[in-house]
Design a protein around this ligand. Structure first.
Ligand code: PLP
Length: 385
């Protein structure tokens, strides 16, 4: 029988999968076009709408988040059309690479990594050029910054330009009000705050985006053609065989979110993120993000002078069985470490993270005040909101 090491998986995705969800994914396979499975898909659909903050369709695909980033652009572009990509980190860079691969013309709004976006910069570009879409990342996992989607949505109000958003690491951990904010396509995936195994990609789509997608002469796509998925969804199915057991898991996760209450889930992510940041700073680790920009779901910390991020990650894993992430991009190599607060995370997890981080820094010769991180985290957790 297959076994795996008993690690504390503290990455910014994939995340720990609660036992209840793992049990659901171990159930036998149903006929994917039978009545029972259709009922599950319908319940997922209803519950996903509330998590996305939309009244419109949410498509379920087999695939990772990147598959949905690519699909979101492939479905709205004709060859040579222009997009404006906000680049504030590695996932913004990924959108540029995808747009390039699809033959789009690309302009970028480059934001200093870790900093906020001034939405007037997007408005200025829109005055100079016409774009099929503005493309941006809600929660930039490489830097630990959450971006204001509503501010960009406001800029696009009344324009024909679509707003395409990657909320892979934001959804279900940070507030998402797709319709209210004016986002047209929001993509996500199962393995972050949705606390499921990797393998499901999601795309929520506005009526304005459907109009653009119904055109002829689009960039070719087949498996990820949203029109085909929509035609099946209208019959309560998916066009191709879905990852049946992952859909069980997703449904269980969505029920768990509903039981806790979506607002409570997001508030828990906020509190735990704040506690982790407070603890990290008390251990002498500077945050990668500017004040006031911090993400609920990813804490990115600068590595102290003289230490290497890779060494910290390795030591945490080998000595303390705590698995965290290092840098996402070449330019950050060795200079940043990242921990996720996504999904089924508790106060106890944050306290343990900080104990292991403190011990690791000390093991590696860094001066740290004993217990400072845990104390600061406990203080932050005691603040009432
Ligand atoms: C994790 C993540 C993705 C998706 O990555 P996959 O490995 O393809 O699932 C996309 N965008 C952001 C911001 C992410 O954090």
């Amino acid at each position: 029988m297959l076994t795996i090491p008993d690690y504390r998986l503290r990455l910014p995705g994939p995340t720990m999968v609660p036992e209840r969800i793992r049990q659901a994914t171990a159930l036998p396979i149903l006929n994917h076009r039978g009545a029972e499975f259709k009922a599950m898909l319908a319940e997922c659909q209803k519950r996903l709408k509330s998590v996305f903050g939309t009244a419109h369709d949410v498509l379920i695909f087999a695939g990772s988040g990147t598959a949905m980033m690519e699909a979101s652009l492939a479905n709205i572009l004709s060859p040579g059309e222009k997009v404006l990509v906000v680049v504030a980190g590695q996932f913004g860079d990924r959108f540029v690479s995808i747009a390039k691969a699809l033959g789009a013309q690309i302009d970028t709004v480059d934001v200093e990594w870790g900093h906020t976006l001034d939405s007037t910069r997007v408005a200025e570009r829109l005055r100079q050029n016409s774009y099929r879409a503005v493309v941006m990342v809600h929660n930039e996992s490489s830097t630990g910054v959450t971006y204001d989607i509503a501010a960009v949505g406001k800029v696009l109000e009344g324009a024909s330009t679509l707003l395409v958003v990657d909320s892979v690491s934001g959804l279900a951990g940070a507030e998402m009000k797709m319709d209210e904010w004016g986002a047209d396509i929001v993509v996500s995936a199962s393995q972050k705050s949705l606390m499921c195994p990797p393998g499901i990609g999601l795309a929520a789509i506005s009526p304005k985006a459907w109009k653009v997608m119904e055109r002829d002469g689009r960039v070719p796509s087949f498996f990820a053609d949203f029109r085909r998925a929509k035609a099946s969804l209208d019959k309560g199915e998916t066009p191709f065989t879905p990852p049946v057991t992952l859909v069980y898991g997703l449904l269980e996760a969505l029920r768990m979110i509903d039981e806790e209450g979506l607002d409570n889930v997001i508030e828990r992510h906020r509190r735990l993120g704040a506690a982790l940041r407070a603890g990290a700073q008390a251990l002498g680790l500077e945050l990668y993000n500017q004040p006031g920009t911090a993400s609920n779901t990813v804490t990115a910390m600068k590595v102290p002078q003289g230490l290497d991020g890779g060494t910290i990650v390795q030591h945490l894993r080998e000595r303390y069985r705590t698995v965290i992430a290092g840098a996402r991009a070449a330019r950050q190599t060795g200079k940043v470490i990242r921990i996720g607060t996504m999904g089924m995370v508790s106060e106890a997890d944050i306290i343990m993270d900080l104990r292991h981080l403190e011990a690791t820094l000390r093991d590696l010769g860094q001066p740290v005040a004993a217990g400072a991180g845990v104390r600061a985290a406990l203080d932050a957790l005691s603040v009432q909101h």
